[in-house]
Design a protein around this ligand. Structure first.
Ligand code: AMP
Length: 439
């Protein structure tokens, strides 16, 4: 199948070709004709499946350039990064059409956004908080919206945006086309879908909670206080004989933890930056740009900040700390192995995280094998002794007194027996989970 088979007009086909896309992804093949036909859509698709083009392309086609100042397409997203990415895509795909896209999110000055709204736009991509703020002050007019997209709806609900979403919906005209995208489904999403959508086309390219199968996942058992030293070692040597890691997205649970780890990595000579909700928008944009450009090797991120990040061919995701909510693990590792690439996810699991890993395995119905811990050096400074300190890993314990640089490298090849032992279904939590997310 080609993009030209989907009924897209020449201006859009030209832009898509220039982006280097050959064939539509499954979500695009199914959603583009449905959206063009004016249908409401309920789509199960994660970031990385090409979902953005699946709604942006047909909506660009449905809009004729007009002089109106009020937007006719509204896309709501959970994070600023995702909003900025969608807006960029809309500008790229729409470069041969005279349509205007603007993006609105919090954490930056509002004046340029107010100015842009005054000048008018056709597509408005926004996070809910800032949008409502501007709409309530009469600065954003949503009365002409004829196409409404709720992107990453599961994450929006996780982040507590349900009331904001309902408030935004009240500001929209009754007659409109609605599209809802969500990586996972639970009862809250179904309820929202029932409220929002009329006779929708159902498209599912991401079965419920399925893990990106192309991601090779392994874990190390390592005491908490030794994690950072292991991580430094891994950046230098890799988890196998693969050599240095050039680019890895490292997840911590807290903003403070992300800052601290980024600093520790820098001290150890690894270019690193942290990205989380307390960072200014300009710091986040810079960190992401530096990471994409290869200027920094480690981007240390919290859950929320990482959501939807589009980093091409990201080879490695590290779970420095496991998430409290199993579904977050799936989202985290979904940052790698995107658009046909293969990727790897390495988890550093302290003793008190063992139960979190079990929950993750149950949710994925797949096991994550432990692999042998490489020899790594724990500097004998402060209260820390050399490698085998008081709290040793219970398994894969490294040999002691290994000189730096002579470290034996761990096998990356996971224990296939462990992998093949797919688990049966266990009790599941909804996307919001039974545990609080700490970031
Ligand atoms: P998304 O899921 O929308 O975040 O897209 C993930 C990545 O896939 C982005 O970098 C897109 O530019 C890219 N992409 C989207 N559609 C295609 C396609 N048909 N062929 C190749 N790459 C694509």
């Amino acid at each position: 199948m080609n993009f030209s088979d989907l009924g897209l007009e020449p201006e859009l086909l030209r832009a898509v070709t220039e982006k280097g896309y050959d064939t539509p992804t499954p979500i695009q093949a199914q959603a583009i004709p449905a959206v063009l036909a004016g249908r409401d859509v309920l789509a199960g698709a994660q970031t990385g499946t090409g979902k953005t083009a699946s709604f942006v392309l047909p909506l660009l086609q449905k809009l004729e350039a007009r002089k109106d100042s009020a937007p006719r397409v509204l896309v709501l997203t959970p994070t600023r990064e995702l909003a900025a990415q969608i807006a960029q895509n809309a500008r790229d795909y729409g470069k041969y059409k005279a349509l205007r896209t603007i993006v609105i999110f919090g954490g930056v000055g509002e004046n340029p956004q107010i100015q842009a709204l005054r000048q008018g736009c056709d597509l408005l991509i926004a996070t809910p908080g800032r949008l409502l703020d501007l709409a309530n002050r009469g600065l954003a007019d949503l009365s002409r919206v004829s196409h409404f997209v709720l992107d990453e709806a599961d994450r929006m609900l996780d982040m507590g945006f349900i009331h904001d979403i309902k408030r935004v919906m009240k500001l929209l005209p009754q007659a409109r086309q609605n599209l809802l995208f969500s990586a996972t489904y639970n009862d809250d999403i179904r309820h929202l879908a029932t409220r929002l959508l009329t006779n929708p086309v159902h498209i599912d390219v991401a079965p419920r909670n399925s893990t990106a199968e192309r991601v090779e996942q392994v874990a190390f058992r390592v005491p908490k206080e030794q994690k950072r030293h292991l991580l430094v070692h891994l950046f230098g040597h890799g988890a196998t004989d693969e050599g240095q890691w050039f680019q890895a997205l490292v997840f911590t649970r807290t903003k403070h933890g992300a800052n601290k780890l980024a600093q520790q990595l820098e001290t150890a000579g690894i270019r690193a930056a942290a990205i989380h909700g307390n960072k200014s928008q300009s710091a986040r944009v810079k960190a992401l740009a530096d990471f994409k450009a290869g200027k920094i090797a480690a981007l240390v991120a919290t859950e929320v900040a990482s959501r939807g990040l589009d980093i091409k061919e990201l080879p490695m995701v590290v779970n420095y700390e496991l998430p409290n909510v199993p579904e977050d693990y799936v989202h985290r590792i979904g940052r790698t192995a995107r658009a046909g690439a293969t990727g790897r996810a390495v988890s550093l699991v302290a003793q008190d995280e063992a139960s979190l890993l079990r929950d993750i395995e149950k949710t994925m119905r797949q096991s994550v094998p432990f692999i042998e811990l490489p020899k790594f050096v724990v500097p004998a400074s402060g209260s820390e002794a050399t490698q085998a300190s008081n709290s040793r890993p219970t398994e894969n314990r490294p040999k002691q007194n290994q000189a730096p640089g002579t470290a034996h490298r761990a096998r990356f090849t996971p224990d296939r027996r462990a992998r093949s032992g797919e688990r049966g279904s266990g009790p599941r939590r909804g996307a919001a989970g039974g545990r609080a997310r700490s970031t």
